[in-house]
Each structure stands twice: as C-alpha cells, then as structure tokens.
Design a protein around this ligand. Sequence first.
Ligand SMILES: CC(C)(COP(=O)(O)OP(=O)(O)OC[C@H]1O[C@@H](n2cnc3c(N)ncnc32)[C@H](O)[C@@H]1OP(=O)(O)O)[C@@H](O)C(=O)NCCC(=O)NCCS
Length: 202
Amino acid sequence: MEITAVRLTGGVPQEVFTHWLSCLPGKRQAEILARRMRADQERSLCGELLARTMLARILHCPLPAVPISREERGKPFLKDGQDLFFNISHSGEYAVCAVSEHPVGIDIERLRKYNPNVARRVCSGAELALLAQSKDPARLFYRLWTLKESFVKLTGTGIGMPLQDISFSFAPDGTVISNQDNVLFQSFDFAEEYCLSVCERR
Ligand SMILES: CC(C)(COP(=O)(O)OP(=O)(O)OC[C@H]1O[C@@H](n2cnc3c(N)ncnc32)[C@H](O)[C@@H]1OP(=O)(O)O)[C@@H](O)C(=O)NCCC(=O)NCCS
C-alpha cells in the first residue's frame, strides 16, 4: 500500500485552483464547485488530484483520463475491473490518499476535544472501558474513530452502519486488533494534531 499526504496552508491562489480544476472531468469539476465553502472545495480538489496523480503514474495516462467512477453511496473506484484500489480522506490542512492492490479505506481527522457523549454513541463497551482508563482519551478516541471510519470507507457503506459493532483494542506493541475478519488495520499519529488510520481487505 502507498499512502501520500498533501498539506494545504493559507489557501490556494485562484489561478492555481483554476488550473487544478481543469485536470478533472467536467462533472467532477461541477461537484466540487457546488460545495459552499472554498476550504471544502480546495480539500476535495486536492484529494482528487492526489488520487489521480498516484493512479496516473501506475496507469500511464493523463490525469483527466484516470477512469474514476462512484458507487451509490459515494465511494470512488477505478472502472474497468483493474486490480487497483484507492481511497481518499481530508481534514483540516491535509488531504491523504491510499492506493493498494487490495480494497482499502483511509481516514484522517484533526484531533478535537474528547466528548464522552459522542464516544458512548459510537464505541463498544470494551472501547469505552479503554477510554475510561486512558491518560489521553482525545487521542485514543480519534484513533478509534478513524479506524471505524476507515472500515466503513473500505466497505463503502459510510457511517450509516452501527459503529459500535466495529470494535478495536491494541496489543502492547501498538498493533491494532479488531473484530473484523480478513481486514488489516493500521493507525498512526500524524503531524501532531492529527490521527490517520487505514485498512485493507486481505
Ligand atoms: C464516507 C464518509 C464516512 C466520509 O466521511 P468524512 O470523514 O466526512 O470524509 P473523508 O474526508 O474521510 O472522506 C471523503 C472522501 O471519501 C470518499 N468517499 C465518499 N463517500 C465514500 C464512501 N461511501 N465510501 C468510501 N469513500 C467515500 C470521497 O473520495 C470523499 O472525498 P470528496 O468528499 O472530496 O468527494 C461519509 O461521507 C459517509 O458516511 N458517506 C455515506 C453517505 C451515504 O450513505 N449516502 C447515501 C445516500 S446517496
């Protein structure tokens, strides 16, 4: 698996934004421009360009020709049944993309304050017990949250599924242990204020 991250600071100048946008097919350009906030447009554009750049290098084609399509719930995938999978995530100043020969899901989140009410809605009993003992519940919560999101992004179902059912614990060396068969999870502290998780179906 290859993971690439791009950091966007201070906004993208209009001429660069226009040039980047022109590297995408017209329908995708319209979808990105339909986002209300400029920062969301930039994150989305950056994530898509990152994915196209990584995939174009492997497929030896120009960026607009990378055959990206979308499932019903929004998961982007490569058309034509190629044995190549990818997923995109963005949060705060970062856009990240994972490319793999196995189905993959990725999620990055900027750390915020720990909210036990949110944790009770999305965490299993075992995870809540880990959070109660933790010296840094915010970091642990976002580790669990990004792991769960990476899984619903691997499957493409999105956060409509009950997140408490996907449960994690950690071995003493940090290895992620999950209740999902045949899925390999990894989680990283990233750029101090962020947490990044990925998973692959094996
Ligand atoms: C997928 C989902 C969990 C992502 O949440 P998020 O943390 O806000 O977003 P991230 O930054 O991690 O990822 C966004 C990227 O994931 C990809 N993505 C979108 N939907 C996806 C899905 N269902 N599965 C996997 N990846 C998805 C896209 O590349 C998206 O980038 P874009 O917003 O620039 O197009 C959330 O959007 C979701 O639950 N979507 C499902 C919605 C749904 O069920 N719709 C059905 C009615 S049509």
